[in-house]
Design a protein around this ligand. Structure first.
Ligand code: ZN
Length: 505
């Protein structure tokens, strides 16, 4: 090789390398591998589905805060920096265990003043027209078994027998009408809440006004497991009517009542600020929840799309905007970057945030909320839910993927932001659709579907970024390998472009 050739080669290598270096150093441009890195970390098995209050959620919070720190966002929460801690109250449903058989059944009502007990009982069967056998009741702590077909009948029967001294009831029920009500009676109104209030001792309509009453609910299959056989209720009813008294259907059984408990759960939102020239006077609030639903009987719900995807875009938007600011961009307005916890348990992280003193310091302009922006196959919402009820794990045709995002908004004042998003999408060289018609179901449900609900409730306009529901939603199949990273990259670029326009409007 001649010296000249060497020199030329050197020059060539230098030019190629410097170009590579420049590319690698183009710090103010969001890169696909960064999004991938965040999603694979946040949605790894070791974070165990980031359940609010649990280890995985704390790990994720630490991960996000570390990035906010590296990026150079200002801590925003008084005294605690990036973390906004808050306490939730988790209601753990009361239960009854029948000894030996260990059947767990829901307690549908415990009236105020009813104490804990662990005792033996006999099951007695009775219906409306019989008199109460007092000896039996008092001698053995009887649990009166009543067959009911609906709530009103249950209520009347309980009241009838209550007047005669019965205080413990087991109701055996069947029929679809009941199962609808069963939901209402066995599920607490909200399992998690921000205040330690009312439903600590939940009193249902059927026992309202009655003192010291305990009602447990048994499905026909469960009563058979508890007393050892499936009673023939038609026959029992006739027999009890013939004798005009209660009929004993079970012998002594040990049972234990576990009262309703309230557990405190401490969790945290992660908040960082990029301050513009106008300070806290006009602030864009970019949000994504980072918690998920944890582990259940089907496995670890790693929540890659829901919502490691939004969280990844949140971190990268912070990085890019702060980078632009650090390299000379002048922004009039500020951006608050908020990663919410406790979204999956009832939008509680955002509910706490919007009511907090820290947020009161801010004049909010608009909330941009990202929840599930990682998929790009357009399922209808019904279709997705139907397929999801089969357990998820549906195989997607990757060829059906398209570059788009659904953009949903509320209020006239948000229209200009939609315009900015369109403008931003247009400026991007790749093909991309801002889709404003996600289907009627999505349109109907979006108002309450994620953390933006709490901003809307406060009269703050919101713009929601979403790629749609899919069969893997809230199943262990919502994994990082199913994310369309190219589409996510485009969404994040359009989002950053949109914020850029808002910051200087
Ligand atoms: Zn979500």
């Amino acid at each position: 090789m001649t010296n000249n050739a060497k020199r030329l080669l050197f020059l060539f290598v230098f030019l190629v390398c410097s170009d590579v270096i420049l590319l690698a150093q183009s710090p103010c441009r969001v890169e696909r591998q960064e999004l991938e890195k965040h999603i694979y970390t946040l949605a790894s098995d070791s974070l165990a589905g980031r359940m609010t209050g649990e280890f995985g959620q704390k790990m994720a919070a630490g991960y996000i805060a570390d990035h906010f720190r590296q990026i150079g966002l200002s801590p925003f929460i008084s005294d605690t920096g990036y973390f906004q801690y808050f306490t939730l109250y988790e209601t753990i449903q009361a239960q009854v265990m029948f000894g030996g058989i260990r059947t767990e059944v829901p307690v549908i009502a415990i009236s105020e003043g009813y104490g804990e007990f662990a005792d033996t009982c006999i099951f007695l069967f009775g219906h409306k027209r019989i008199s109460v056998d007092r000896d039996r009741l008092e001698g053995d702590n009887a649990l009166l078994l009543i067959r009911t077909r609906n709530i009103r009948q249950a209520r009347n029967l309980i009241r009838h027998h209550y007047r005669q001294g019965v205080r413990r009831f087991a109701m055996v029920t069947d029929g679809p009408y009941w199962s609808y009500h069963l939901m209402n009676y066995t599920m607490p109104q909200r399992r998690y809440r921000l205040t330690r209030t009312s439903d600590e001792k939940r009193v249902d309509k059927i026992v309202r006004g009655l003192d010291s009453v305990f009602v447990v609910m048994l499905k026909p299959g469960e009563i058979a497991r508890v007393i050892g056989f499936r009673p023939d209720f038609e026959m029992l009813e006739q027999e009890s009517a013939r004798h005009g008294t209660m009929v004993q259907v079970g012998s002594k059984i040990f049972y234990e009542h576990q009262p309703l408990q309230v557990k405190e759960v401490v969790t945290e939102n992660v908040v960082g600020l990029m301050k513009g020239a106008r300070g806290l006077d006009e602030v864009v609030i970019l949000t994504a929840h980072y918690d998920h639903v944890g582990v259940d009987s089907k496995g670890v719900n790693v929540g890659a799309d829901d919502n490691a995807s939004g969280t990844a875009a949140l971190i990268e938007s912070a990085r890019i905007l702060q980078c632009r600011k650090d390299t000379g961009a002048v922004y009039e307005r500020s951006v608050l970057f908020v990663a919410f916890s406790a979204e999956e348990v009832g939008l509680l992280g955002s509910e706490y945030f919007v009511a907090s003193d820290d947020f009161a310091r801010v004049k909010p302009l608009v909330n941009l909320n990202m929840d599930m922006i990682g998929r790009s196959v357009r399922y209808g919402m019904w279709e997705a839910l139907m397929l999801q009820s089969g357990g998820g794990g549906h195989k997607e045709d990757m060829n059906q993927r398209e570059p788009y995002v659904y953009l949903l908004n509320r209020g006239k004042s948000t229209r200009k932001y939609v315009q900015y998003a369109r403008q931003s999408a247009k400026a991007m060289s790749e093909e991309f659709t801002i889709d404003r018609s996600p289907g009627s179901m999505t349109k109907l449900t979006f108002r309450k579907s994620s953390d933006h609900a709490n901003f809307l409730d406060k009269g703050i306009p919101a713009l929601v970024w979403f790629t749609g529901l899919h069969p893997d939603y809230h199943t262990p199949h919502d994994t990082p390998d199913k994310i369309d990273y190219d589409n996510m990259l485009r969404i994040t670029r359009v989002l950053i472009g949109t914020i850029d326009l808002i910051l200087n409007q």
